[in-house]
Design a protein around this ligand. Structure first.
Ligand SMILES: [Zn+2]
Length: 163
């Protein structure tokens, strides 16, 4: 799964394929999946300043832990990728701040290294809202609708102030 980004960019080449989930050490810690691979399509080019630009998408069906109720929920992680690839941190600083920059020292580099950060950042935060009602969300709604529970913290505070 290795490729040379500069060579691909010079030739405006595309890379399309499946990358085994086992190649993503950090991503694998964040989710469980029955899927064995991430579907990837990438297009490489050189931008107006001669920097390597990588655009594309990485998609994987996975079970992601909901940060509200900690349940695993089946969802699809879809990373839209548009990044510049540079060889050193110094070069990364030269680039416009709004551009996504990936520092890659290896050449050729494993495709998983190019897309892992984007995939991790694309993990949905509150998966329950998309798939099914989050149990904690239901509890929150009930608490908000009940005057007794919402007033309790202030009552306790008054008790504390009296002492
Ligand atoms: Zn939830």
């Amino acid at each position: 799964m290795n490729l040379s980004p500069r060579e691909y960019a010079r030739n405006n080449r595309r890379w399309r394929g499946s990358v085994p989930i086992s190649s993503f050490e950090r991503l694998a810690q964040e989710l469980t999946t029955d899927c064995e691979s991430v579907d990837v399509q990438l297009a490489f080019s050189l931008d107006e300043n001669g920097h390597i630009r990588m655009q594309g998408q990485a998609v994987v069906a996975a079970n992601v832990a909901c940060h509200r109720c900690a349940e695993f929920v089946a969802t699809t992680i879809c990373a839209d990728i548009d990044a510049r690839i540079v060889r050193t941190e110094e070069r990364a600083r030269d680039l416009v701040p709004e551009a996504d920059v990936i520092v890659v020292t290896d050449n050729p580099v494993d495709v998983s290294e190019l897309i892992e950060d984007d995939l991790i950042m694309s993990i949905p935060w509150r998966v329950c809202e998309n798939q099914k009602a989050c149990e904690n969300l239901v509890h929150d709604a009930q608490a908000a609708g009940s005057p007794e529970t919402t007033q309790k913290p202030f009552a306790n505070l008054r008790e504390l102030l009296k002492r």
